[in-house]
Design a protein around this ligand. Structure first.
Ligand code: NDP
Length: 246
C-alpha cells in the first residue's frame, strides 16, 4: 500500500471475528489506527491488547456497538473523531430455509443488521467525510447479492440491497473525493459458516463439495489493497472467490 494507510483512522464494524477481525490485523500491519466495533466487547478488548503489543505505533479503540441500534450508533459516532476508512463488515446469516419457512425474527435480524445497520453506520460517518471532502467507505457485500440460491432468499436480498446502496452512494458522492467500494466475497470459512451450518460438518462438507473456502485473511488482504490505492483511484467493486468457485 506504499505506506498510504499509515496513521489513517479505520473504523471496522463486526471486528470481533472472521473477516472483520482479519481486517483489523491487516490494517494494523499497515500502520493504521483502529476503531473496532462489535457487540462482543470482550473479543475486541483481547484483539486490542494483541494488536497494541505487536504494533506499539498504532492506536486502537474499541466500541461495544449493535449496528441495528440507530440512536446508539449515532451517539457512539460522536466519539470516533475523523474516520478515514469505514469498513462496513458487520453482517450475518441465520435461518437458511425455504421462503415459506423463514421466521419473522430471522428476516428482521438479517435486514436490520445487513441492510439497516450498514446504513446507520454510514449515516453517522459520511457527513464528516463530506465536510473534509475525503474518506473511503468499503462495504462487504457478497456473491449472494448477485447470485441468489435456494433457501437463501432473505440473506441474498439483504446483500443485493447492499449492492444497490453502494451504487447509489457512488453516484451521490461522485462530485466529492470520497471513495465508495464494494467487496463481494465467495465462500469464506469464519464463524458465520459455523452458524450457517449449525456446526454440522457433514452439511458443510456437502455444500463446500470439496472446495477449499477462503479464510478471513484472503478478504482482509483485498480490503487493505483497495483502501491502499492512491486517493484518485477507486476500486468500485471486487468479487473474490476461492479458485474452484464460480
Ligand atoms: P463472522 O460471523 O465471523 O463475523 C460477523 C461479525 O459481524 C462479527 O464480528 C459480529 O460481531 C458482527 N455482527 C453481527 N451482528 C452484529 C450487530 N447487530 N452489530 C454489530 N456487529 C454485528 O462472519 P464473517 O466474518 O464471515 O462475516 C463478515 C461479513 O462478510 C458479513 O457481512 C457477511 O455477510 C459477509 N460475507 C461472508 C461470507 C462467508 O462465506 N463467510 C461470504 C460473503 C460475505 P458480534 O457478534 O460481536 O456483534
Amino acid at each position: 500500500t506504499g505506506g498510504r494507510l499509515q496513521g489513517k483512522n479505520v473504523l471496522i464494524t463486526g471486528a470481533s471475528s472472521g473477516i472483520g477481525e482479519a481486517c483489523a490485523r491487516h490494517f494494523a500491519q499497515a500502520g493504521s489506527n483502529l476503531l473496532l466495533s462489535a457487540r462482543r466487547k470482550d473479543r475486541l478488548e483481547k484483539l486490542k491488547g494483541e494488536l497494541e503489543s505487536r504494533h506499539p505505533n498504532i492506536k486502537v479503540s474499541t466500541f461495544e456497538l449493535d449496528v441495528r441500534n440507530r440512536s446508539k450508533v449515532q451517539a457512539t459516532a460522536t466519539t470516533f473523531g475523523d474516520v478515514d476508512v469505514l469498513v462496513n463488515n458487520a453482517g450475518l446469516v441465520i435461518g437458511l430455509d425455504k421462503l415459506e419457512d423463514i421466521s419473522e425474527e430471522a428476516m428482521d435480524t438479517m435486514i436490520d443488521t445487513n441492510v439497516k445497520g450498514l446504513v446507520h453506520v454510514t449515516q453517522s460517518v459520511l457527513p464528516g467525510m463530506r465536510a473534509r471532502n475525503k474518506g473511503h467507505i468499503i462495504n462487504i457485500g457478497s456473491v449472494a447479492g448477485q447470485q441468489a440460491y435456494a433457501n437463501g432468499s432473505i440473506y441474498c436480498a439483504s446483500k443485493a440491497a447492499v449492492a444497490s446502496i453502494t451504487k447509489a452512494l457512488l453516484y451521490e458522492t461522485v462530485d466529492t473525493a470520497i471513495r465508495i467500494s464494494e467487496i463481494n466475497p465467495g465462500m469464506v470459512e469464519t464463524e458465520f459458516s459455523l452458524v450457517r451450518f449449525r456446526g454440522d460438518k457433514e452439511r458443510a462438507d456437502s455444500v463446500y463439495k470439496g472446495l477449499q473456502p477462503l479464510d478471513g485473511n484472503d478478504i482482509a488482504e483485498t480490503v487493505v489493497f483497495v483502501a491502499g490505492r492512491p486517493d484518485h483511484v477507486n476500486i468500485a467493486e471486487m468479487l473474490v472467490f476461492p479458485v474452484n468457485q464460480a
